[in-house]
Ligand binder design. Structure first.
Ligand code: HEM
Length: 574
């Protein structure tokens, strides 16, 4: 009997292995026909066994000879794509690669020509079926629909992103930056973790612009503030908790969130409270729907709620359900939060290790704004000048070197023909998952020249990405930029509709801060002692350490970010 069971198990195992090997071979054959460099990969990016076991397996897999692990091993670690940048492509000598795994075909590209066509081809679509179970917390949203339905969502969100919304973003960013500066000074002027504060300020701006609710810097949205069961969760705590715990909310079924585990319960209660707050905002907007209907430009909240309110001014077939109204409001908040907060945090840290660039911005601000009061700096006059000047160049360079989004994903629903940068035609097979690799395109050294620094010095700074931060490349006659290889906001019809929103708030925050204040690295006592009290040497050592931290402490969850300590100080300019 025992032998029979063992024999059956062995047979099933052998049959499964044979079937997998045959599908693996079939996937390779199909992938190869595209004419790109094709490789076998034992891992499909979404394999559950890989997601669970990778921490244990990767150190052993790293011991394999290069030819066995390149390029699939670095690309199978989706949380290290920013770290490895263009290297996997460099090593195999091609900017587009297809990996054939037992469970599917995956194309990786940073070739600007292929990227552009994938973003514009109707047969390469967003993986909405995969995203739905995670992102449809309330109902279908812009990111989980395709075709005509997507056009309706996109039109409604784009309609709310108009000059009047941008004017509010500009004003609110200035107001909240002043609040943040006061708060920093009240707290002793030292900022241990910049990311914590940039997360807050961006959430505050979004709260005002999206929900018409201004939050106040006096309140501390610490987790300890989370009320006991049965007590009202205030708006700010609900907002912070849902944003911070969105990973849990997206992955776990709602019923599991009700389990008596602290993190789960907080996520559940915050989500319930936020839903009620958003329903209330929706009802209040509906109460004045005639006034909203007659407004020539609507706020984002008004645009989304108006689109979800059937009435004489609406085509019923083109309206959004209540679930989609709440979902799209929240999606806009999520899409506009971590991306901007992380970009702002990296930019502030980069400006502390490059004080010369900070000075350049300040000289530009003095020249452009003079002694004009903040209230008189307008989005129409000052913003375009600052965006085109050194401040704009710093932001572009920061988004190039520290691109907070690692990749875009498209799935080919039909065979898809693309031409690569050399003009060669390729046909990507149906059902191929295509990863558009942002950092590989933005860190390709043949497109973006590196600083001339010895390999020994680079190694000493842990090959930090920050070494090649050079805003000057975006300016003047020396401009060394290839905008085809730069797309932090994606491309094509599904590009980021929040690009002007993000750029305006980043410029407004940095201009407000740096006009009157400077930020600098904190040199701690140990560093000063080790440099025998030599201030200059101590600063240089602290700077080297900051370079290393800006490499070693960069993490990826949904976005690229750095939440570990790298203390900076705010000081009033002379
Ligand atoms: C530095 C800041 C930002 C970056 C780098 C960024 C980047 C991106 C990228 C790459 C996409 C395409 C994602 C995909 O592959 O489908 C996207 C989509 C989107 N972004 Fe942003 N974004 C930023 C800020 C914002 C802001 C401030 C908002 C709104 C206030 C926003 C709203 C959206 C929305 C609604 C979509 C979905 C568009 C669609 O599917 O049609 N983003 N963003």
């Amino acid at each position: 009997m025992g032998n029979l069971v063992l024999g059956t198990v062995a047979c099933i195992f052998t049959a499964t292995v044979c079937l997998k090997l045959s599908t693996w071979r079939k996937n390779y054959k199909a992938a190869e026909k595209a004419g790109f460099r094709t490789f076998y990969s034992p891992v499909y990016y979404a394999d559950l066994w890989w997601l669970v076991l990778h921490t244990f397996l990767v150190p052993y897999l790293e011991l394999l000879p290069k030819s066995w692990k390149q390029p699939w091993l670095p690309l199978a670690q989706l949380w290290r794509i920013w770290h490895v940048g263009h290297k996997p492509f460099e090593e195999v000598g091609s900017d587009t690669i297809i990996l054939a795994a037992p469970n599917g075909k995956v194309l990786w590209t940073c070739d600007p020509s292929v990227v552009k066509q994938l973003y514009s081809s109707p047969t390469a679509q967003n993986p909405v079926k995969t995203l739905k179970p995670f992102l449809d917390v309330w109902g279908p949203i812009i990111s989980t629909v395709e075709g005509e339905e997507w056009k309706v969502h996109r039109r409604i969100i784009s309609y709310g992103l108009n000059p009047s919304t941008y004017a509010t973003v500009w004003k609110e960013a200035i107001h909240q930056t002043n609040g943040l500066i006061d708060c920093w000074i009240r707290n002793g002027s030292v900022i241990p973790v910049v990311q914590y504060w940039t997360s807050r300020i961006i959430l505050y701006i979004l709260s005002s612009v999206l929900f018409n609710r201004r939050l106040d810097w006096k309140e501390q949205p610490e987790n300890s503030r989370f009320p006991s069961r049965g007590y009202q969760v205030d708006f700010e705590t609900a907002l912070f908790t849902v944003v911070a715990r969105f990973g849990l909310i997206a992955v776990l079924p709602r019923v599991l969130l009700k389990l008596p585990i602290k993190g789960f319960r907080e996520a559940h209660d915050a989500l319930t409270a936020l839903t009620e707050y958003m329903q209330d905002m929706r009802s209040r907007t509906i109460d004045r729907i005639d006034e909203v209907a007659s407004k020539p430009t609507k706020s984002l909240l008004e645009s989304i709620v108006f689109a979800g309110t059937p009435g004489p001014h609406q085509n019923e077939a083109r309206t959004l359900s209540e679930e989609s109204v709440l979902g799209n409001l929240f999606l806009t908040l999520m899409a506009g939060h971590d991306t901007v907060a992380n970009t702002l945090a990296f930019t502030l840290l980069l400006l502390t290790i490059y004080p010369e660039y900070q000075k350049e911005i300040q000289m530009e601000l003095d020249h452009r704004l003079g002694d004009r009061p903040q209230g008189q700096c307008s989005i129409e006059r000052e913003y375009p000048i600052l965006q085109k000047g050194f401040l704009g160049a710093v932001l572009k360079e920061s988004m190039r070197v520290y691109s907070v989004i690692e990749f875009g994903i498209k799935v080919t629903v039909e065979r898809t023909v693309v031409n690569d940068s050399k003009g060669e035609q390729h046909t990507i097979p149906k059902d191929t998952t295509c990863f558009i690799n942002f950092p590989a395109a933005f860190q390709n050294h043949s497109v973006w020249p590196q600083r001339e620094i010895s390999p020994e010095r680079r190694a000493e700074l842990h090959n930090s990405h920050a070494i090649d931060f050079d805003p000057g490349r975006w300016l003047g006659d020396l401009a060394q930029v290839n905008t085809d290889s730069y797309f932090p906001f994606a491309m094509g019809s599904r590009n980021c509709p929040g690009k002007p929103f993000a750029e305006i708030e980043l410029v407004a925050i940095l201009a407000t801060l740096l006009k009157t204040y400077s930020i600098e690295l904190v040199v701690d006592e140990d560093t000063l002692r080790n440099a025998n009290g030599d201030q200059k040497l101590a600063w240089e050592n602290a700077r080297d350490e900051a370079f290393r931290k800006l490499e070693d402490n960069v993490m990826v969850n949904f976005n690229v970010h750095m939440t570990k300590e790298l203390p900076i100080r705010i000081t009033r300019r002379d």
